[in-house]
Design a protein around this ligand. Structure first.
Ligand code: EPZ
Length: 432
């Protein structure tokens, strides 16, 4: 198992380039197998979740050609199975997008029921509701979701809550259904729009993605396409918060500033400076930042995937902040780790009361999940002394070359095996 070792106290300065959005790419990789022609995807993030998804689609017979780290060609004409092995669902929940894709294309699919995960129970009842309303028989037996349909027929589907996964999964199945489907109360995240734009580039007929009503007119088949994945708004937001928390000055390139507005607004509110350019933002901060209140909401509200990062910044700010997590029921597990570094945060139900402190002290801590892990790295960058963060495989699920990008911004951070006492000693000697 590997860990990050960080010597804190240096402001991040310089430039960083953001990669493609993991949460758009996962839906797009599933959609890519719906054509019987070659699809070329560019700006694909080279992260663990994407590599697992590529293995899953190769396993069912799709042809996958990795042109380079960020470009892949996929051809779904030779798919031989519509059943996704449990091991893929165990590794990444987004394997369930293949349910919508294969049900749409072959009118049949089996995928293991995703378990809960580190941040909540995460049921998929809305996905199943949508498939049934399109005419599929969906049975859940012994942990496997089995979906079949003689044919899929467009339907008027009203989601009980705003859900990214169900919006994408239903969109996948509906684009090859007969007739018109309307998805009400749809999620509006930029990655929903990216999946819809990709499907339309393959010949689908989807309108309204990015609003809460998506209208889909089913087509006979989908064709090949060349597509570039949208920049990752959460990777960008993570670096924005890291720049502000370390009182640095960072130009974050290859972003869509509009997608970052909720984070920009909150960083500005607490006293950081954010300058927006066409495809970049510059974040800098000098003195101690102030407090604010956060409530995570579906897009365009403050993203739940940015909650651990902004809470870490607020834990170092002047005054008391309240952070309310309205999307997932267990997304404050990292608070105990921050408390070991000196943070004073009290979690009451789905809210955290954050009393800002002057600074953190380095400690040995564990990443409980992907975004919390990134938040703990930010804490280590600010802390006095050395911080060791283990379970970093969580972080590598969604951040490409994370420690290299941070090191290139002036930080002292190394990745090493947790058992490698020699490297740790060498690191400590080097940093003094
Ligand atoms: C996606 O998860 C993202 N994952 C998550 O990012 C992100 O936090 C989440 O959307 C919210 O933006 C991917 O895109 C791969 P939801 P998803 O369906 O689709 C409940 C990361 O860090 N719900 O929008 O699973 C659910 O329990 C990850 O990159 C139901 O009750 O999220 C949750 O409380 C973490 N029934 C809420 O809705 C359903 O059928 C939102 O879930 C579906 C969801």
């Amino acid at each position: 198992m590997e860990q990050y070792v960080i010597k804190g106290g240096k402001p991040l300065t310089g430039e960083v380039t953001i990669g493609g959005a993991k949460n758009a790419a996962l839906g797009i990789l599933a959609a890519a197998v719906m054509a019987d022609e070659t699809v070329t995807l560019d700006n694909l993030p080279d992260v663990r979740d994407i590599n697992v998804m590529l293995q899953a689609i190769e396993e069912i017979g799709a042809k996958v050609e990795r042109v380079d780290k960020h470009v892949v060609k996929i051809n779904g004409s030779n798919i031989t199975s519509v059943s996704i092995e449990y091991e893929y669902m165990r590794k990444i929940r987004a394997s369930y997008y293949l349910l919508g894709a294969l049900l749409g294309k072959y009118k049949a699919a089996q995928v293991s029921l995703p378990g809960g995960c580190d941040i909540g129970s995460r049921p998929i009842d809305q996905h199943i509701k949508g498939f049934r309303m399109l005419g599929a028989n969906v049975n859940v037996d012994q942990g496997v979701i089995d979906a079949k349909a003689d044919k899929l027929t467009g339907s008027h589907i009203y989601l009980d809550m705003v859900t990214v996964g169900a919006t994408i999964n239903i969109m996948l199945a509906a684009c090859l259904a007969e007739g018109k489907t309307i998805i009400e109360n749809a999620a509006k995240e930029p990655h929903i729009v990216d999946v819809a734009n990709f499907l339309n580039s393959m010949g689908a007929n989807i309108k309204g993605a990015g609003t809460d009503v998506i209208r889909i007119r089913g087509v006979e088949r989908l064709h090949g396409s060349e597509y570039s994945i949208v920049p990752d708004m959460i990777e960008a937001g993570t670096f924005m918060v890291a720049a502000a928390a370390t009182k640095g000055d960072v130009l974050i390139k290859n972003v869509i500033p509009k997608h970052l507005e909720a984070t920009t607004a909150k960083l500005t509110e607490v006293g950081a400076k954010v300058e927006e350019y066409d495809d970049a933002v510059r974040v800098c901060a000098t003195g101690r930042l102030g407090n604010t209140h956060i409530k995570t909401l579906p897009y365009p509200g403050f993203p739940t995937d940015m909650q651990p990062q902004i809470t870490t910044l607020l834990a170092l700010s002047e005054g008391t902040s309240i952070v309310t997590e309205s999307i997932f029921e267990n997304r404050f597990r990292y608070v105990d780790e921050l408390s070991r570094m000196g943070a004073t945060i009290t979690v009451e139900g789905n809210s955290a009361i954050v009393n800002g402190v002057q600074g953190f002290k380095g400690a040995a801590i564990s990443a409980p999940d992907l975004r919390a892990g990134a938040a703990l790295v930010i804490a280590g960058l600010v802390a006095e002394g050395i911080t060791q963060i283990d379970q970093i495989e969580y972080i590598q699920r969604g951040y490409e070359d994370f420690e290299e990008k941070i090191r290139n911004l002036g930080a002292t951070i190394e990745r090493m095996d947790v058992e490698d006492e020699k490297s740790l000693k060498k690191f400590k000697l080097k940093v003094g």
